[in-house]
Design a protein around this ligand. Structure first.
Ligand code: NAP
Ligand code: HSE
Length: 430
């Protein structure tokens, strides 16, 4: 049997405990598949906190950085989180000390992945982060291995388990946003700061990582056009269903050899499309390669088991002696893409306005669309509400992002608005 691989785990929350639990349950299986995995040491913020796993016989370090220096640790697992602070220090120090690092931290990779991977290359160690994107779905290794002979032009999908869980549960159970958010937290799906999930930032981190790996372009997290699900209401879900759609938070990246377009936005997906059927905390990733065509992977995108499964896939790969390049090529070979301009990005749109019921309001709204050369596909005024306002729902034909932003700015300035208008993309393909 191969020599035991010794790991140090920093962070014993949802993911860290998930890793300990799998190692304890499957020790014989892991040993048979390559080598025994030994937990040499762990570190957490508060050692008095109750844990769901036994830490008997495992050394506890009060300072997580001690794992980077420990002579009995071969691979450091950074499972704390955060784009800077202790997580970044630990990864940098572990690499500097010649240790392999496995992390689930998409914020850290999206912000600092280029520099960290370059450092790891210099040190001859691996920095692996399969768990950072789409939980248990092996999308990074698929891009690195399974589809590596393709020119990939587009990658998209449902990349945040929390948001998909919230949208699905609100729609299926008619429950309100805050109630469902609390349930997502109890299930271990949420980031430490829930705004990262709800405002689309976590999805944007994942889009940036996917784009770099899929297209061979440099990480450009700042270039992701990002909007979350805060403004999506049960009413929008209901109207979307009337049109034959379901609302999903979609992350998308496309590259035409020059322009890179990356976005995160709540989008109406046709009920007949595969992504419409992806529910709860499940994620799905779709890519288009020139040789393979369309590929879709679906699975659990958040929570202890799926994420720990991906973390241990990286640990086992390193234990087997694999030395994968995190972005599928040397970091210095990644190309700098131009950010796509709004005029190049086209989509159909859904808009909902809540306006006072007065003569001429519909004419005002349609005049704004005409001024921006936006072609309206359908417009519906719903029944008058007790506060004497009406909901006006508009769908458009394909239009460019710049025109739609100008229209939204003019619509938002209308004095008849009872509430700010909302605008969501409409997808036909997925
Ligand atoms: P979590 O439940 O909040 O756990 C974070 C852990 O970090 C806690 O155990 C905490 O200790 C520990 N910690 C905080 N500061 C520390 C310090 N200075 N030194 C040592 N330990 C410290 O977070 P999580 O959900 O497991 O997420 C961990 C990482 O995985 C994040 O990067 C997250 O984005 C990523 N991720 C999470 C999921 C998921 O479904 N949860 C999925 C994919 C990726 P205490 O327990 O003592 O407070
Ligand atoms: N908070 C993240 C999500 C965890 O809900 O998808 C998995 O990355």
């Amino acid at each position: 049997m191969a020599q035991a691989v010794r790991i140090g785990i920093a962070g014993l929350g949802t993911v860290g405990q998930g890793v300990v639990s799998i190692i304890q349950q499957h020790s014989a299986l892991l040993a048979a598949r390559h080598a025994p995995i030994e937990i040499a040491a762990v570190s957490m913020r508060d050692r008095s906190k109750a844990r769901k796993v036994s830490l008997e016989g495992i050394r506890i370090e009060d300072d997580a950085l001690a794992l980077a220096d420990a002579s009995d640790v071969d691979i450091v697992l950074e499972l704390i989180g955060g784009e800077d602070g202790i997580a970044r220090q630990l990864v940098e120090r572990s690499i500097a000390q010649g240790k392999h690092v496995v992390t689930a931290n998409k914020a850290l990779i999206a912000h600092h992945g280029d520099a960290l991977v370059a450092h790891a290359e210099t040190q001859g160690v691996v920095l692996a982060f399969e768990a950072a994107v789409a939980g248990g779905i092996p999308i990074l290794s698929t891009l690195r291995h399974g589809t590596c002979a393709n020119q990939i032009s587009r990658i998209s999908g449902i990349l945040n388990g929390t948001c998909n869980f919230i949208l699905t549960t609100m729609e299926q159970e008619g429950r309100d946003f805050d109630d469902v958010l609390n349930e997502a937290e109890a299930l271990g799906y949420l980031e430490a700061d829930p705004a990262l999930d709800i405002d689309g930032i976590d999805t944007a981190h994942k889009v940036a990582i996917l784009a770099a790996l899929a297209f061979g372009t440099r990480l450009d997290y700042a270039g992701v056009d990002c909007e979350g699900i805060r403004n999506v209401t049960l009413r929008d879900m209901h109207y979307a269903a009337e049109f034959g759609y379901r609302i999903k938070l979609l992350g998308m990246a496309s590259f035409d050899g020059r322009y890179l377009h990356q976005s995160v936005r709540p989008t109406l997906v046709p009920l007949s499309a595969p992504l419409a059927g992806v529910s709860g905390a499940f994620n799905a990733v779709q890519l288009h390669g020139d040789a393979v065509g369309d590929v879709t992977l679906e699975g659990r995108g958040a929570g202890a088991g799926p994420t720990a499964s991906a973390v241990l896939a990286d640990v086992m790969a390193i234990a087997r002696g694999e030395r994968p390049q995190p972005f599928g090529m040397a970091v210095g070979a990644l190309i700098q893409a131009d950010r796509s301009a709004g005029a190049l990005q086209k989509s159909a749109y859904y808009l909902r306005l809540n306006v006072r019921d007065e003569p001429g309001v519909l004419a005002e709204i349609t005049r704004i669309f005409a001024n921006e050369h936006i072609s309206v596909r359908a417009i519906t005024q719903h029944e008058i509400m007790p506060d004497n306002t009406v909901q006006v729902v508009v769908s458009t034909h394909h239009t460019d992002d710049t025109s739609m932003r100008a229209a939204m700015s003019a619509l938002s300035a209308l004095p008849v608005n009872a509430n700010p208008p909302i605008c969501l993309g409409i997808s036909e393909g997925e």
